[in-house]
Write a protein that binds this ligand. Structure first.
Ligand SMILES: Nc1nc2c(ncn2[C@@H]2O[C@H](COP(=O)(O)OP(=O)(O)OP(=O)(O)O)[C@@H](O)[C@H]2O)c(=O)[nH]1
Ligand SMILES: Nc1nc2c(ncn2[C@@H]2O[C@H](COP(=O)(O)OP(=O)(O)OP(=O)(O)O)[C@@H](O)[C@H]2O)c(=O)[nH]1
Ligand SMILES: [Mg+2]
Ligand SMILES: [Mg+2]
Lengths: 279, 291
C-alpha cells in the first residue's frame, strides 16, 4: 500500500493473498474485498494511512464486539474456566494469567489442576504455581476433574482467593464424552460459587486454520464462552480466523500469548492485530 | 460433500450447451474455494488448480461422455498423486542404533507421538530407547517418563543437562544397553527462533539421525507452509507425522507441506492413547481434504 498505487484488480489480488494467508478465510476475505471495490475501485491511493485506516475500521468493529475486558465477580472469587483443544496452550496461558493477577495486579490467585488425565499435567501446572508464588489445588492423576473443581471452590472461599483459574484437559470438540465432562466441571463451579464461571476462555492456537470456527461453535454450545485467549502469536501465524469468529459468534479475543514464559501475555489490541496483517 | 457440489457445479455449467474451456475455468473457482476452506496454502492452491485446469482442457474433457464426472475425478486423482504413496519406511543404521529425531512447533504432539512410535517399534520386535531432550517445558521429562512407562520403554535423560549433551550421550547409553533404536524427543520451538533452530542443527550434527520426523498438527492453517519449509531447509526432514487427525479438521496443511517440501507423510496420529498411530493413506487424505 503506497501513495499513487491504483486500486485495480491486481492490487486487490495482492490484498486477497495477504488476507487468505493470514487465515481470514474465503468468506470474510471476499466481503472485505467487495467493500473495498465499492469504496475505492480505480481510484489512486492518495493517503496509504487513510486506506489502511479504512480497512482497520471495518475489521476492528468486528473485533471489538463483545468487549475485550475481563469480567470480574461483584464479590468473592472471580472464577475463570479455561478450555480448548489439545496442545493449544491452556496450561501456559493460565500461568500467564496467574502472573498477571498475582504479581502485576496483586490479587490472590488460586489454580485448580483439573486436568487429571494427561501425563504430568498436574506437575506442569504445579511448577508454574511454584514459580509465580500462587496457590494450587491438585489431586492425584486419574482423579475426577469435577472433584478437583469442587475442592478448589471450597479452598478459594476458605482462603479468600480473589481469582481462581481452572485448568482442564485438552479435548477435541468432536469428542462428545469429553465435552460432556467439560459441562460437568462448569456445573460444579456454578453450583459452588455464585455466578461462576465469570469468564470461560477458549484458548486458540494462532496457527489454527478454519477448524477454529468448528472449535468455537462446539465449545460454545457446551460451555458459553466469554472470550478467547489467542496463543502463540509470537510465531508467523496471524490468527486472522478470529475475525470470522467475532463476526459469527460475537466472542471477543481478550488476551494474546507471545511466548513461553509467564510474562508473555498482553491484553488484545484490535489495532495492533489488524496492522500485523496489513503492515 | 464438496465432491457432490463440484459435480453439480460442472453439470450446471455443462447444461447450457456443453462444457467449454471457460466453464472449466469457472468451475475451478469452486475447487479453489474448497481447497482454501480446507486450509490448503494459497500458493499450493494456485498451482494445483492451474495443473488440474490444464489437464482437464488437455484431456479434452469437454468432448467426453460425462465431463463433470471426469473433472471431479481429475481433481481427486491429482490430489491423491500429490499426497504421495503410503510410506512407513524408517531407514536403518548399519553401524549402531538407528536414531529418530522428532521436531516441530510447540504443542504439535511430539512427546505423545514418541510414545506411540516406541510402541509401534516394540510390536515390530525392536528395543527402542526414548530420550527426554526437552529440558525447558515444565514437567516435560516427567511427561516422557510416564509415557515411556505406559509402553514399557526405557527413558534416558540427564536432569540438568543440555539438550545437545543429552542426545549425544543417549547414543552411547543405547549401545551399552542393547537398544537398537533411539527416539529423540525435542522441545517445541518456533521456526523463527534462530537459537533454537541452531540447537536442532547441532543435535543433528552430533547424532546423525536416520530419520528426522516433522510433527505437525492437522488443524494448522496457512502457516503450515512457512514452518515446514524452515524446518526442512535447516534439517532436511525425512518425513512428516500429522497429529490429531481424529478431529474434524480437513487437513489441507498435509497437502501444503507435501507440495512445498516434497517430503512424505508417513504416519498420522488419531488419538491420545499410545496405540493411536496409523500409516498415512493418501486416498483417504485426498477425500478428507476435498470434503
Ligand atoms: N511460542 C509460544 N509457545 C507457547 C505459547 N503458549 C503456549 N506455548 C507452548 O505450547 C506448548 C503447549 O502448551 P500447553 O500449555 O502445555 O498447552 P495445553 O493446551 O495445556 O496442552 P494440553 O493440556 O496437552 O492440551 C508448550 O510448549 C508451551 O510452552 C505462546 O504464546 N507462544
Ligand atoms: N486427540 C489427539 N490428541 C493428541 C494427538 N497427539 C497428541 N495429542 C495431544 O496433544 C497434546 C500435546 O501433545 P504433546 O505430546 O505434549 O505435544 P508436544 O509437541 O510434545 O508439545 P511441546 O513439547 O510443548 O512442543 C496432548 O494433550 C496430547 O495428548 C492425537 O493424535 N490426537
Ligand atoms: Mg494443559
Ligand atoms: Mg513435548
Amino acid at each position: 500500500v503506497r501513495i499513487g498505487r491504483r486500486v485495480d484488480e491486481s492490487f486487490l489480488e495482492e490484498l486477497e493473498e495477504a488476507m487468505i494467508t493470514a487465515d481470514m478465510g474465503v468468506q470474510t476475505t471476499q466481503e472485505l474485498l467487495e467493500h473495498l471495490r465499492e469504496a475505492y475501485m480505480d481510484r489512486e491511493i492518495e493517503d496509504p494511512k487513510a486506506f489502511l485506516g479504512y480497512i482497520s475500521n471495518y475489521l476492528e468493529q468486528h473485533l471489538r464486539r463483545g468487549g475485550n475486558e475481563l469480567i470480574t465477580a461483584p464479590s468473592g472469587p472471580t472464577v475463570i474456566l479455561v478450555c480448548g483443544v489439545n496442545g493449544c496452550g491452556k496450561t501456559t496461558s493460565i500461568a500467564k494469567l496467574a502472573y498477571h493477577f498475582h504479581r502485576v495486579e496483586n490479587r490472590k490467585v488460586l489454580l485448580a489442576a483439573s486436568d487429571t488425565f494427561r501425563a504430568a499435567a498436574v506437575e506442569q501446572l504445579d511448577v508454574w504455581a511454584q514459580r509465580i508464588g500462587c496457590d494450587i489445588v491438585k489431586h492425584k492423576s486419574g482423579a475426577d476433574p469435577g472433584a478437583v473443581a469442587y475442592d478448589a471452590c471450597a479452598a478459594a472461599k476458605a482462603r479468600g482467593s480473589e481469582v481462581m483459574i481452572v485448568d482442564t484437559a485438552g479435548r477435541l470438540h468432536t469428542q462428545t464424552g469429553l465435552m460432556k465432562e467439560l459441562e460437568k466441571i462448569r456445573r460444579v463451579l456454578a453450583k459452588q460459587i455464585e455466578g461462576a464461571p465469570h469468564e470461560t476462555l477458549l484458548v486458540l492456537d494462532a496457527t489454527t486454520g478454519q477448524n477454529a470456527l468448528a472449535q468455537v461453535d462446539l465449545f460454545h454450545q457446551s460451555v458459553p464462552l466469554s472470550g478467547l485467549f489467542l496463543s502463540k502469536l509470537d510465531g508467523t501465524a496471524k490468527g486472522g480466523v478470529v475475525i470470522s469468529i467475532n463476526r459469527q459468534f460475537e466472542i471477543p479475543v481478550k488476551f494474546i500469548g507471545l511466548g513461553e514464559s509467564y510474562e508473555d501475555i498482553q491484553p488484545f489490541s484490535p489495532d495492533d492485530f489488524v496492522h500485523a496483517i496489513f503492515g | 460433500t464438496i465432491t457432490k457440489s463440484l459435480q453439480s457445479t460442472f453439470d450446471k455449467l455443462g447444461r447450457r450447451g456443453r462444457l467449454t474451456e471457460k466453464s472449466i475455468r469457472d468451475g475451478m473457482r469452486e475447487v479453489r474455494t474448497a481447497l482454501l476452506s480446507a486450509d490448503v496454502h494459497f500458493d499450493v492452491v494456485k498451482e494445483f488448480t492451474r495443473k488440474v485446469t490444464d489437464r482437464a482442457i488437455g484431456e479434452n474433457v469437454i468432448k467426453t461422455v460425462a465431463p463433470s464426472e471426469q473433472i471431479v475425478k481429475i481433481v481427486h486423482d491429482e490430489l491423491e498423486a500429490l499426497m504421495g504413496p503410503t510410506d512407513t519406511s524408517i531407514r536403518e543404521n548399519a553401524s549402531g542404533p538407528t536414531v529418530i529425531m522428532m521436531v516441530g512447533l510447540q504443542g504439535s504432539g511430539k512427546t505423545t507421538t514418541c510414545g506411540k512410535l516406541a510402541q509401534y517399534l516394540v510390536r515390530k520386535g525392536h528395543r527402542p530407547l526414548l530420550v527426554a531432550a526437552d529440558v525447558k517445558r515444565p514437567g516435560a521429562i516427567d511427561q516422557l517418563e510416564i509415557v515411556g512407562e505406559s509402553v514399557g520403554v526405557d527413558v534416558f535423560t540427564i536432569r540438568g543437562g543440555s539438550p545437545t549433551a543429552i542426545c549425544r550421550k543417549s547414543i552411547r547409553h543405547a549401545t551399552q544397553n542393547e537398544k537398537d533404536i533411539v527416539i529423540l524427543d525435542t522441545a517445541g520451538r518456533l521456526h523463527i527462533d534462530e537459537t533454537l533452530m541452531v540447537e536442532l542443527v547441532e543435535i543433528q550434527r552430533s547424532t546423525k539421525p536416520q530419520e528426522i520426523f516433522l510433527v505437525c498438527d492437522a488443524m494448522t492453517g496457512q502457516d503450515a507452509v512457512k514452518s515446514a519449509k524452515e524446518f526442512d531447509q535447516r534439517l532436511a526432514v525425512d518425513g512428516v507425522i500429522l497429529t490429531k487427525m481424529d478431529g474434524d479438521a480437513r487437513g489441507g496443511a498435509a497437502l501444503s507441506i507435501r507440495a512445498i517440501t516434497g517430503k512424505p507423510i508417513k504416519f498420522v496420529g488419531t488419538g491420545e492413547k499410545m496405540d493411536r498411530l496409523e500409516e498415512f493413506h493418501p486416498d483417504r487424505m485426498a477425500g478428507r481434504i476435498l470434503g
